[in-house]
Design a protein around this ligand. Structure first.
Ligand code: ADP
Ligand code: MG
Length: 677
């Protein structure tokens, strides 16, 4: 027996026990080797005319014997001589395939598609096999040789028999290990079945470019005998048939114009288990330092678990048509976690284990490019297929908003223009850019209102007040909306008509345009303002003066009201939002960073409504023109403190109700209302 070299032994041990986390990949490795062997023969025959190889015969065959507990992977490829068996299988981490590739580097062109490169894949067989036997006959040789090993100490090489050139790798599987103490056992028997092997072949090696064949059991009806009577019952018989299991041509390697949409859709549905066509298919081939093909899909609907923590993002990663990883998470940013697809690159450097492929420079480069492509495709959809985009946004928009929020606004540059919000004015979904473009002259901010119901929002006095001034209000109904806006702070609207501060400059510019110059454009920084918080600074000089006068005149009333409400409000003041007699008599606004809506969202959150939670700083704003205000003022004048207190409480409670917040003491509220009646 020849012994494995010491380093080889250590490596083998490492391989079998820790590098591969997933035992089932052994089949993928053996099939990849078989494919390489066939590829080498094919390549040689293309360059050497004296060789007679029928391309149609080239194939890989997988079979199993349940009684003998063996799996055999055979190929009619180039085979190995005794020396090659020694060199390639006796030395771990020696790759004959890598050598072959280098030797033929100059002439290989497209003809060669070698998968192997590290010289370790073969040994993964020992994860499932207690004994591996390799019978091989090199092309052009008369003799065959048998390499055999138990994967522990060493191996033997002896002369053997094989009718044709090629290689058989025969694994004798280990015994099952029963589960114990709650730990899972090992079931090697599952590989000894037709469906088990078919499943592995389709999963990992579906796109290997040579046919992978299996003898499969089928059933058919026996021919009806001539003398069958009236009571003849059809009889069935089992028979074996050679079937090609893999589909071979990877659709992502084809050029876009050569593939029907229907084929892409079919591939998407069968590969990613969706019953709906994708909303968008993106395919591209990257050249240059890093070459790869990518085929990406934006699903037509969100998978049910998209927003659960069990959802795993990622693209399937292939290297030379062989699957390396089912879901490579590093290829997608979180906010594009809905994208499904395949990336295939012969260049991706795989570290020693194909399972624990680490984040590396190449992957990051691919990920960046993919992100850009997805962004530009979404932009294209937004601009040219609005209906489809709105559907997309309904499904996945929340994730985009969350992406901005989670990056503390840093991702807004990429994502803000992909967002849609409901415009109270237009009564449809619009982008922030569209909002900015439609702003009347003099509007300095983007206004929004947040709450869970669009209808209720559109009737809120703080909203109708802003609308009445001619400014649109975005009605935001998702929890994440306001948090997203806060993390963005502002939106930069590109190519807006330039605003001239001084008249001379404006006139000069107007004249220039009249003379045929292009109007000047500028980027405008627009603050994102919640209509229910802080000072919107919308009042005209006159309105401000009026409000100031009213405050002064009714100073006593306001302090009495503040006293009545105590800590519930920060202050009571004259509203600059509610300015006409028809507007609501009062509204609640907030000061500081926390709005009422955010307070609600936080209370619903995992922490719940706990002591010490930050609360919104409420302000009770009064409409000084409303008849209710006049009544209040009269009561104050008459020195009717009880009435002032009653009215104040009612106003406050009903203003909260409008915001969708229950009065703190609903019973008292109801009682007070009745008293008035
Ligand atoms: P790799 O495929 O990365 O080169 P492996 O450990 O899988 O490494 O295989 C080692 C080497 O053994 C291969 O490079 C190849 O030269 C040789 N080999 C393995 N399987 C076959 C086969 N079926 N036919 C011919 N050569 C093979
Ligand atoms: Mg290999």
């Amino acid at each position: 027996m020849r012994k494995f070299k010491t380093e080889s032994k250590k490596l083998l041990d490492l391989m079998i026990n820790s590098i591969y986390t997933n035992k089932e990949i052994f089949l993928r490795e053996l099939i990849s080797n078989a494919s390489d062997a066939v590829d080498k023969l094919n390549f040689k025959s293309l360059t050497d005319e004296s060789m007679h190889v029928d391309q149609a015969d080239l194939a890989i065959r997988v079979s199993f014997d349940r009684d003998a507990r063996t799996i055999t992977v055979s190929d009619n490829g180039i085979g190995m001589t005794a020396e090659e068996l020694e060199r390639n299988l006796g030395t771990i981490a020696h790759s004959g395939s890598e050598e072959f590739k280098t030797e033929n580097a100059e002439s290989q062109g497209d003809a060669l598609d070698i998968i192997g490169q590290f010289g370790v894949g073969f040994y993964s067989a020992f994860m499932v096999a207690k004994r591996v036997r390799v019978v091989s006959r090199a092309f052009g040789e008369d003799e065959a040789h048998v390499w055999e090993s138990d994967g522990l100490e060493g191996y033997t090489i002896e002369p053997g028999e094989r009718a044709e050139h090629g290689t058989d790798v025969i694994l004798t599987l280990r015994e099952n290990v029963p589960g114990e103490n709650g730990e899972e056992g090992e079931n090697y028997d599952r590989y000894l079945s037709e469906w088990g092997l078919k499943d592995l072949i389709r999963r990992y090696s579906n796109y290997v470019r040579y046919p992978i064949q299996m003898m499969v059991m089928k059933s058919r009806q026996k021919p009806k005998p001539e003398d069958a009577g009236d009571n003849y019952k059809p009889e069935y018989e089992d028979y074996e048939e050679l079937e090609t299991i893999n589909s071979m041509t990877p659709i992502w390697k084809k050029r876009r114009e050569d593939v029907e949409d229907a084929d892409y859709n079919e591939f998407y549905k069968s590969t990613f288990h969706d019953f709906e066509d994708p909303a968008r298919t993106i395919s591209f081939h990257a050249e240059g330092a890093l070459e790869y093909d990518a085929l990406l899909f934006i699903p037509g609907r969100a998978p049910f678990d998209l927003y659960s923590k069990d959802y795993e993002k990622g693209l399937a990663l292939y290297s030379s048509n062989v699957m390396i990883m089912e879901k490579c998470a590093d290829l997608l940013p979180d906010y594009y976690n809905f994208v499904r697809g395949v990336v295939d690159s012969a260049d991706v450097s795989l570290n020693i284990s194909r399972e624990t492929l680490q984040q590396n420079r190449q992957l990051r480069a691919i990920a960046r490019r993919i992100e850009k492509r997805v962004t530009s495709d979404l932009e294209d959809m937004r601009d040219n297929a609005r209906e489809a985009y709105e559907r997309f946004f309904e499904n996945f928009g929340r994730g985009l908003k969350y992406g901005i929020y989670a990056s503390y606004g840093a991702k807004a540059t990429e994502l803000a223009d992909l967002l849609l919000f409901w415009s109270a004015k237009e009564q449809k979904m619009i982008t922030l850019a569209e909002y900015a473009k439609a702003m009347p002259e003099g509007q300095k901010a983007i206004y929004f209102a947040a709450g869970d119901d669009r209808d209720r929002l559109s009737k809120m006095p703080v909203v109708t007040g802003v609308l009445a001034r001619g400014f649109d209000v975005l009605l935001c109904t998702q929890d994440v909306d306001e948090f997203t806006f806060q993390s963005m702070r502002e939106y930069v609207a590109r190519d807006m008509p330039k605003v001239y501060e001084d008249d001379a400059a404006r006139e000069a510019a107007e004249k220039a345009v009249a003379d045929g110059a292009e109007p000047e454009l500028e980027d405008r920084h627009l603050e994102l303002k919640n209509v229910a918080t802080g000072d919107l600074d919308l009042a005209s000089e006159d309105e401000k003066k009026e409000a100031e006068e009213a405050s002064k005149e009714h100073a006593d009333l306001f302090s009495a009201m503040k006293e009545a409400l105590g800590d519930h409000v920060q202050k009571v003041s004259v509203s600059s939002r509610l300015v006409s007699a028809d507007d609501a008599p009062a509204c609640i606004t907030t000061e500081g960073p926390l709005s009422l809506e955010m307070e609600k969202v936080l209370k619903r959150g995992p922490e719940g409504d706990v002591e010490g939670m930050p609360t919104a700083q409420r302000v009770l704003e009064l409409n000084a023109k409303s008849p209710v205000f006049a009544k209040l003022a009269a009561a104050q004048e008459a020195g009717d403190a009880d009435k002032v207190k009653l009215y104040t409480g009612l106003l406050y409670d009903q203003a909260l109700l409008v915001e969708g917040i229950l009065p703190e003491d609903p019973v008292a509220f109801a009682k007070n209302v009745c008293e008035l009646m």
